[in-house]
Write a protein that binds this ligand. Structure first.
Ligand code: FSO
Ligand code: SF4
Length: 575
């Protein structure tokens, strides 16, 4: 195996024996083969030139990409099923193309199950023109034509992984694009589950997948990486519309972090539709519901606040789940990443749903859009209540509408000098010791600096009680990592309010923590919006080759995080 897609890649180079995340070499092999097969499927789908095919295949490819995100799915059987479905889809498309054009590019039927239907999604933007991929010869690529007995798939995977691209700069850019796509895919899937999509996203996912099979120059790939960032913005906007139209606009909320004496279910991950169904189904059962990690922002949505048995948040960021799931005592529902290798202390009471998966852990699928959580609820009833691990509350819910409602106050505070600087510290948390940097920055920033955050990175400082400025809290949490979109909207609105031409003229610095591929999508989104001078930590990605890193430094002034005091001083000076 070789995997270097996340911040915890072994020795900041790559995991080649077993993943630091716990991913086994076989799982890594199947995931590589899935990505490779999706690339071939993408080329085949684009060749049809059919809008419906593009949308349907794009959504399927998104779910496949999502399954390979760090800490999403460790279950070989589920990855294998996705490969089978990709091959079956590819075969059907090739057959259709051969029938309609008389071309002989049809591939042989893949062994495996029939494809599962893709749920209907509503397009929110209408139709855009679509031009089929003009790449001559692409349908002869091995990714489009390969077929093998499933017993040989792991063998096959050895020749098509990350290192099969010999040029380290091309490899670096292609993987940067693929990782950005994985992030886009996760957000697009969450939006699609709520009935929202945008055909530009499906089309771009396929185009970018297929592009990585072609001979592209470094410049072309840099341009494609920026287009990946633009699509990440579109996708986060689509998810924002999906979440807020279903559950209302996030409101400033004090979230309880203590516990009650009832049996309870803990829900983690990012999928708000699962939250909705769990709250509905637990109503009147005597079972409470708590959020964990990235589900914390569910507490900010008006629709969810109506449930009296929705108690608050339990614990911290994803990597603390081994201890916190043990002391929670009740069942845990993992809606997506980040799930970590399951410990015996809670192995009998953890469940996955959506694209999350772990071998031996029961998986709950939707049937006609509904998930049946009754088994979890029944188990909860016979479990002891959660063990309290902390008390008090944390405050959040500062998504774009809420912050813009405070816009006059914020603009006045900036003009009067009460607020000197905003520091965007969104992103991910992780296990590495170096991440204490972000806690120290939060503690070291002067009293006239305000932190804007989103994603699980916030757990490094959201319980520090950093005070407020003229009633504006010094840590404004917009929500999940995808709510980084809110941070971009806020920045763009402030730019407008001050009449600046360039977002970089604002008193805002970016000090971003990254871990997995959604953070890569968010980073590319920020670059596509013209943000410069981002600090990135705790380490720069292992997948950036020295030349690609140089391009990012020269064009966007990206820099690694450094010494806390020096970074804080520099940021307060606008550097
Ligand atoms: Fe964190 Fe995990 Fe939301 Fe990621 S829980 S690390 S960027 O999945 O997605 O922020
Ligand atoms: Fe290693 Fe990260 Fe890949 Fe897991 S996802 S194998 S930790 S690089």
């Amino acid at each position: 195996m070789f995997c270097f897609q996340c911040q915890e890649a072994a020795k900041n180079t790559g995991c080649d024996v077993k993943g630091v995340c716990g991913k086994k070499p076989e799982t890594a092999g199947y995931q590589d083969l899935l990505i490779y097969t999706l690339k071939g499927l993408a080329a085949q789908a684009l060749a049809t030139g059919q809008r419906n095919t593009i949308n349907d295949t794009g959504y399927f490819a998104a779910r496949g990409l999502f399954a390979t995100i760090t800490n999403a799915n460790f279950d070989d059987d589920r990855i294998i099923a996705l490969i089978r479905e990709a091959l079956n889809r590819r075969t059907r498309l090739a057959d259709t193309l051969a029938r309609t054009t008389g071309s002989s590019s049809a591939t042989s039927a893949a062994p495996g199950d029939a494809a599962t239907a893709t749920p209907d999604v509503t397009d929110t933007t209408g139709t855009t023109a679509f031009s089929p991929l003009p790449a001559a010869g692409l349908l002869q690529h091995d990714a489009v034509t390969w077929a093998a007995d499933p017993a040989d798939w792991l063998n096959k995977s050895r020749s098509i992984g990350v290192l099969s691209e010999p040029d380290q700069d091309l490899r670096s850019l292609k993987e940067l694009i693929i990782y950005g796509l994985k992030g886009i895919a996760a957000y697009a899937d969450h939006a699609a589950v709520l009935g929202h999509s945008d055909e530009r996203i499906w089309e771009f996912i396929l185009e970018a997948l297929a592009a990585t099979l072609q001979d592209k120059s470094l410049d072309e790939l840099v341009a494609l990486a920026l287009k990946t960032g633009e699509t990440a913005v579109t996708t986060m906007a689509t998810l924002d519309a999906a979440n807020t139209s279903a559950y209302g606009k996030p409101e400033i909320t004090e979230v309880n972090i203590g516990t009650r004496d009832n049996p309870a279910i803990l829900i983690s991950g990012h999928d708000l539709k699962d939250m909705e169904q769990l709250l509905e189904q637990t109503t009147g059962t005597g079972v409470d519901v708590y959020t964990h990690s990235e589900m914390l922002p569910a507490n900010y949505y008006p629709k969810f606040k109506q449930y009296e048995h929705f108690v608050g948040n339990y614990g911290g960021a994803w990597w603390q789940q081994d201890k916190e799931f043990a002391s929670f005592n009740g069942p845990i529902l993992m809606t997506t990443n980040c799930i970590v290798p399951v410990r015996p202390s809670y192995a009998e009471r953890i469940y996955t749903t959506g694209m999350a998966g772990y071998p031996g852990v029961p998986h709950i699928e939707a049937v006609d859009g509904r998930k049946d959580f009754s088994a979890i609820i029944e188990q909860a009833k016979i479990c002891p209540p959660p063990t309290q691990i902390e008390t008090g509350s944390i405050i959040g819910g500062f998504a774009h509408d809420q912050v813009l409602a405070l816009a006059d106050k914020i603009v006045d505070a900036i003009k009067s000098g009460a607020i000197k600087r905003f520091v965007v510290m969104g992103g991910c948390d992780g296990r590495q010791k170096g991440r204490s940097y972000f806690t120290q920055v939060a503690e070291t920033l002067p009293q006239d600096a305000v932190i804007l955050t989103a994603g699980c990175a916030k757990y490094r400082y959201n319980k520090l009680n950093l005070g407020s400025i003229d009633g504006i809290p010094r840590v404004l949490d917009a929500g999940q990592c995808n709510d980084s979109y809110s941070l971009a909207v806020i920045a763009l609105k402030l730019k407008e309010a001050f009449g600046f031409d360039d977002i970089n003229e604002l008193p805002i610095s970016f000090d971003i923590a990254w871990y997995e591929q959604k953070a890569v999508a968010v980073l590319l989104a920020l670059l596509s919006l013209g943000v410069k001078g981002i600090r990135l930590g705790p380490t720069l990605p292992a997948f950036l080759s020295p030349n690609v890193a140089r391009v990012l430094v020269e064009n966007f002034n990206i820099k690694p995080v450094g010494d806390v005091a020096e970074d804080v001083a520099a940021m307060m000076q606008g550097a």
